[in-house]
Design a protein around this ligand. Structure first.
Ligand SMILES: *Cc1c(COP(=O)(O)O)cnc(C)c1O
Ligand code: SF4
Length: 445
């Protein structure tokens, strides 16, 4: 039995290896941790972080606040308030305002969520025809928090933008009325934070014969990286394996969408054991991660990660581009550089690893893959395509933007060849004029 111990701003002074940090690094935890959510745990601290490599260690950077994660003037403001010991209310107010400046709803999120009989389905997003995202309300936290995560508003109590719902029966009803849906993707937070019993109460109804359209149940999770004991020694781990087996026996594809940012997360015995155990139920594991400066911005890191994943019988799935929210100034990588990292890594591995697609941006119109830089009549262009589109007809059609080696997000690109608009823009506008869609995009899980 491995017991989970989590650390946050409240008890970070009890972190066993804290002595390895300088005074300034500890101060950064206090200051940045007030604005961006901070949570880590004993497994991450003891088995993943190399404490002789602070602060550059990738997993330290992934879970611990570092000074540079806030813009200088934001950092200075909070630092000043804390040292002046201002009243809590004043501090909270300043923190709230900084958060608002960090683009908490990236990509023009709209909050008009699907409805059924006039009931708003707060925990459902349905953007791409085949797949419904479901946010069970008990799954809106994680075993540790990633410092780059765009879901951060959910963890810091900005409740008005927290997506959650309890009513599985409304989900079931929605799926019955939408027979085009084949996949349900459980996401969060991290759904594996839930007890098996609760997870099971969400999943079992989906196995009903009446939902013959549902062929794949996906669970987005970072728990193999952050708490592999969830699948091994937690007191309901065995029960969880039985639930997985039941889904598979029912003839459904169970896909664990595992989030790994760095090969070190695959290097422990516990992670390898967890993967073996999950696979033994008949579940598949597909992997995904954003490409992040300071964590995995080297091609060798990706080729090693994909290789290790395949050796452990996981299937590389997506490389994402970091969203324009939170600490993006710290983690962001220009699109062209991300493509170079992808390409070099892809060249280093054999075909069994090349199931991965990327680098991909989750934008309002869809998931856009940067296919690369090309040249037409001596003009450099960026070639892209949709991997997923609000309109399925947009998928897999190449389109072109002017070359821009500094652009880090799609909205900074201009159509190539002097065109005013990209091919889908007018249609996108008319889609929005017809119905206002919910536009939160996918989790990295
Ligand atoms: C990525 C994503 C999905 C799943 O897309 P696949 O390409 O099928 O993995 C579903 N819904 C949303 C909103 C997404 O961003
Ligand atoms: S990326 Fe996933 S695991 Fe990390 S904080 Fe966000 S939701 Fe949690």
């Amino acid at each position: 039995m491995n017991s989970y111990k989590s650390y946050s701003l409240r008890n970070y002074d009890q972190i066993p290896r804290l002595g390895k940090l300088t005074r300034n690094e500890k101060k950064a935890i206090e200051i940045v941790g007030n604005v961006l959510p901070f949570k880590t745990n004993n497994y991450v601290i003891e088995q993943l972080i190399d404490w002789d490599n602070i602060p550059e260690d990738p997993i330290y950077t992934l879970t611990f606040p570092r000074k540079e994660m806030l813009l200088q003037h934001h950092y200075a403001k909070i630092e000043k308030m804390i040292s002046a010991n201002v009243e809590k209310e004043i501090l909270d107010n300043a923190v709230y305002n900084i958060r608002l400046e960090l683009n908490p709803h990236p990509d023009g999120q709209r909050y008009n969520l699907p409805t059924i009989n006039g009931n708003q389905l707060n925990g459902i997003q349905h953007k791409y025809r085949e797949t419904v995202l479901f946010f069970p309300s008990q799954g809106q936290t994680c075993h540790a928090y990633c410092t780059f995560c765009f879901r951060w508003p959910q963890f810091v109590g900005m409740n008005e933008i927290k997506f959650a719902m309890k009513e599985t029966d409304l989900l079931v009803q929605y799926l019955i009325e939408h027979r085009e849906v084949t996949d349900v993707l459980f996401t969060g937070g991290d759904p594996m934070i839930m007890k098996t019993q609760i997870l099971s109460s969400y999943i079992e109804p989906l196995l009903d014969d009446e939902l013959y359209n549902i062929q794949t149940i996906r669970i987005g999770t970072k728990s193999i990286g952050y708490w592999p004991y969830r699948f091994l020694t937690d007191d309901d781990a065995d029960e969880l394996m039985r639930l997985f087996e039941k889904i598979v026996k029912k003839g459904k594809n169970l896909a664990i969408m595992a989030h790994f940012n760095h090969p070190v997360e695959l290097s422990t015995n516990a992670a390898a054991d967890a993967i073996r155990r999950i696979r033994s139920t008949g579940a598949q594991i597909r992997t995904q991660s954003p490409v992040l400066k300071h964590i995995n911005d080297k091609p060798e890191v990706w080729s090693e990660m994909w290789r290790k994943q395949v050796n452990l019988n996981c299937i590389p799935y997506y490389m994402f581009i970091a969203r324009d929210t939170g600490a993006q100034h710290f983690f962001g990588i220009p699109l062209v550089s991300a493509w170079k990292i992808f390409r070099e890594a892809y060249q280093k591995v054999s075909g069994v690893c090349r199931t991965v697609r990327g680098p991909s941006m989750s934008t309002t119109p869809g998931k856009i893959q940067v296919l690369g830089v090309g040249e037409v009549n001596q003009d450099k262009i960026i070639v892209m395509r949709f991997l997923q589109g609000r309109n399925p007809d947009w998928v897999a059609r190449p389109f072109f933007a002017e070359y821009d080696e500094n652009a880090i997000w799609f909205d900074e690109l201009k159509p190539a060849f002097g065109k005013e608009k990209f091919f889908f823009e007018e249609e996108l506008e008319s889609i929005f004029n017809e119905h206002v869609y919910d536009d939160e995009s996918e989790n990295f899980e």
